[in-house]
Design a protein around this ligand. Structure first.
Ligand code: SF4
Ligand code: SF4
Length: 316
């Protein structure tokens, strides 16, 4: 027999307008689209235990985005007069996309800040990619940031998520980035019960020991993500919640960003509400940025757990 908790959970997040209790569901308007994310494709060189997008060496459900497709969206930003100042890339592992350097170049040439999320492992360390990155760094260093996924500051816990030896491989990638003068940020996880203070102290020591110029106390530079556990019951967010929690819709990621994805078999890329919900049809908004200007109804447990209650943001 299923327990009460499970049955209660089943009633939630059904109606986009109304919660299970009949209250009006909260929604978030696109206020100022400062960041446009692109998913570069879901293929990854490794398969982590808790990858939120289920990337792996086999998962190609989101395929490689092309430079021309990215350029088309940059044109749309101009046409729609969005206030975008940052273009960000996530995967999979973005450096598996054979056009990642050219894509980043096109964004940098148009004066955007560029953020690339990477595990800093073999795909980034191939000679052709290193040479491409060095070329970009020499021209646009101040506007290019590599955000490296280092789940924990210890090898032991990082490797439980990513496989034995992966910590040292990533650290080697970071040392290469350090030696070549790239701007780095870190994405860590808070799944092992460390407090925020303890996590930041651990990263600070690691950065200091390795002379990484990364601020462990800046949450925009050392970004710590909570775990995604679909089985945990969360409350639905109503219009009343903003006042009760003393939060504003403008603090939620979908108030200031969208993500472009290209689904396998699709003729064109499409725009989704945020980086956290790449597969959910309900959060797909159409092919164009114009179609993506509508409000987002917070009809998913992630909206409650990560954004409204937990404060997660995938933006830099
Ligand atoms: S490296 Fe990142 S994208 Fe690849 S499997 Fe791990 S968490 Fe997912
Ligand atoms: S998960 Fe967060 S950013 Fe995504 S639609 Fe929900 S509230 Fe918005």
């Amino acid at each position: 027999m299923k327990d009460m908790n499970f049955l209660e959970m089943q009633k939630k997040f059904i109606n986009p307008d109304v919660t299970a209790n009949g209250d009006q569901r909260a929604s978030v308007p696109l206020m100022k689209a400062t960041t446009l994310w692109f998913n570069t494709g879901t293929l990854c060189n490794i398969e982590c235990v808790n990858c939120y997008i289920e990337s792996s060496p086999k998962n190609d459900s989101l395929v490689y985005i092309t430079p021309d497709e990215v350029s088309d969206y940059l044109d749309q930003i101009d046409q729609r007069e969005w206030a975008t100042n940052e273009i960000a890339f996530t995967g999979g592992e973005p450096f598996l996309n054979p056009d990642m350097i050219e894509i980043a170049r096109r964004c940098l040439e148009r004066n955007y800040k560029v953020l690339i999320l990477t595990n800093a492992m073999l795909p980034m360390m191939r000679k052709s990619v290193q040479n491409g990155l060095l070329d970009l760094r020499s021209k646009y260093n101040e506007r290019l940031t590599l955000r490296v996924s280092l789940d924990h500051y210890t090898a032991k816990l990082h490797d439980t998520e990513r496989g034995k030896g992966s910590y040292n491989i990533t650290l080697n990638g970071m040392k290469w980035l350090r030696d070549k003068g790239f701007k780095m940020a870190i994405a860590g996880r808070t799944v092992w019960g460390d407090s925020d203070i303890d996590s930041r102290l651990g990263y600070a020591k690691l950065f200091n020991d390795n002379k990484f110029e990364i601020d462990a106390n800046d949450p925009n530079v050392t970004v710590l993500f909570p775990e995604i556990d679909e089985k945990i019951d969360v409350p639905e967010i109503t219009t009343e919640c903003w006042g009760i929690l003393n939060k504003s819709p403008k603090d939620v990621m979908c108030a200031s960003s969208r993500m472009v994805v290209k689904r396998k078999g699709a003729k064109k890329p499409s725009v989704v509400a945020c980086t956290l919900l790449p597969y959910s049809k309900e959060f797909e908004m159409g092919n164009s940025l114009e179609e993506a200007e509508v409000s987002v109804k917070l009809n998913h447990p992630h909206c409650a757990k990560f954004c409204v209650l937990g404060g997660a943001s995938c933006s830099s």
